[in-house]
Design a binder for this molecule. Structure first.
Ligand SMILES: [Fe+2]
Length: 154
């Protein structure tokens, strides 16, 4: 969690998506804790709630945020930051599917859950420290608010 400057509007992209990261982190942590203590059913229910929320989060970024970022900050001669983030999303979806398959087969998701935790930690940090802040700055508060509104409505 990062401390926002007081000037950040309530509707900033960084605040909106950063809070969603925190909510999803907490769900995933609870799911892993449930599996670690042998509460498999609770763990599976928490995981599927986390999965649905994370998939929605990825959609908000891919369908609204990344295209807007690419339009506002074009990278003509080198790959921009969204390219690496999109590749991370592919890896995240692969691990979510793997864990879902493990759970459906009655298996424990330990290794895949650890791998997903690792990918998500660096991915979220990259988004919060670079992408979200940059788009808030480049877009300005009115457009940033509009972007948040569009993501909420998705
Ligand atoms: Fe992302």
């Amino acid at each position: 969690m990062f401390i926002e400057p007081a000037s950040f509007s309530k509707q900033s992209v960084n605040r909106f998506l950063g809070e969603d990261h925190a909510r999803l982190d907490s769900l995933f942590q609870k799911a892993r804790a449930a599996f670690d203590s042998g509460r498999r059913q609770d763990g599976a229910a928490l995981f599927f709630e986390f999965q649905a929320g994370l998939e929605q989060h990825l959609r908000m970024e891919e369908e609204i945020l990344f295209p807007k970022f690419e339009a506002l900050v074009p990278h003509e001669t080198e790959p921009g930051p969204t390219q690496a983030l999109r590749l991370d999303h592919r890896e995240i979806r692969k691990l979510l599917r793997l864990i879902g398959d493990n759970l459906s087969a009655g298996e424990s998701p330990c290794g895949s859950a650890e791998a997903l935790h690792g990918v998500l930690q660096s991915h979220s940090l990259q988004e919060e420290l670079v992408l979200y802040r940059l788009i808030d700055r480049v877009a300005g508060s009115a457009l940033a608010s509009e972007l948040v509104h569009c993501m909420e409505a998705l």
